[in-house]
Design a protein around this ligand. Sequence first.
Ligand SMILES: Cc1cc2nc3c(=O)[nH]c(=O)nc-3n(C[C@H](O)[C@H](O)[C@H](O)COP(=O)(O)OP(=O)(O)OC[C@H]3O[C@@H](n4cnc5c(N)ncnc54)[C@H](O)[C@@H]3O)c2cc1C
Length: 361
Amino acid sequence: MSVVVVGGGPAGATAAWHLARAGREVRVLERETEPRDRICGEFLSVEAQAHLAEIGLDPASFGAPAIERLRLVHDAQVAEAPLPFRAYGLTRRAMDEALLVRVAAAGATVERGVMVREIGGRQLATDAGEVAAETLVLASGKHDVRGAKRVSRGTVTDLIGFKSYFRLAEDQRAALAGHIEVMLFDGGYAGLQLVDGGKANLCLLVEQRRFARVGSWPPLLAMLTDGCRHLAERLAGATELLERPLTISGIPYGYRYRPHRNDDDRFYRVGDQCAVIPSFAGDGMAMAMHGGRAAAQAILRGEGARAYHAARHAEFARQVTLAQALYRLGRPGLLQPALVAAVARWPGLATRLASWTRVPG
Ligand SMILES: Cc1cc2nc3c(=O)[nH]c(=O)nc-3n(C[C@H](O)[C@H](O)[C@H](O)COP(=O)(O)OP(=O)(O)OC[C@H]3O[C@@H](n4cnc5c(N)ncnc54)[C@H](O)[C@@H]3O)c2cc1C
């Protein structure tokens, strides 16, 4: 029985690869015509690496730098802790494209430049005409499709995400090497790390009300460097590489798809369409690939979507709930210095918390 996968990001590509490898007929509909930058911190956890390894991809072969330590920062205050694993900084432009190449090589049909506009049951309205799916895997990630939108009740949706690349001054690049730096500021947080190509990824989330006060990226960046001496130091003498940053709003952090009795049993949600963990956990891609793999396995053994969704809802509960609680704890500006002081005093605590937000391997 053939499967249609909507979206060729980490979740959709992983589902498609496993299905195609098992001999299933798979069509991947991906709206982008060519590789492009994505809004993402590009922190690749050990679990995400394991999924890539299964598909035959090694981050180090792309020149992705290793990351082994966390720095938690508030203004000039810095605490450091070892990560519980070796992570990598791998650009999504490189990773997503390599995944789609592997998916096609496994025998799936990858249709680029096909935007799914609306979903009704398993009937898709696309730019290229109507598609009827026998089995449907929805992997459109951060973007909802009309007719199949996620319910955001009970989630945190008031954040705007920004991502840009910088060429850092040589001494700052050397100081950042091997670290993911998470900088807390009143109304949000930013992550800075090196990725392949020798550049630094600056990805941040800021409350809408806080962004409204400045209105655009240059004053936002100025506000952040004014309020965070560590970030100002890192960006001194740096060149911004994107003409304008990538942005996104309205992500439903804390969302987990809850299955209903009347759900179509051949309509599977994977990746951010199934669950959304706060970005600072650096676990979104691992969860996406884990879910993509699990959906493929469910389809192959004839397990319906309701059982698949119930299993994911239970499986992701701890990670998503803990990451949400940590996010809420770190959100008020007044608590942030105390949080950094706690990590400076007990670095093992940060390492432990980082392990507890991981998805099972
Ligand atoms: C600011 C921010 C920082 C993050 N940092 C990290 C991090 O450092 N590490 C980490 O592991 N996770 C991180 N995440 C989470 C991670 O990016 C996501 O969890 C992950 O990308 C989800 O994968 P996905 O395949 O579900 O969706 P996506 O990566 O969003 O991919 C969806 C795909 O579907 C395509 N598509 C969308 N709509 C349609 C349509 N209508 N028709 C056809 N195709 C469509 C898109 O073009 C895309 O290729 C971050 C998220 C944000 C917002």
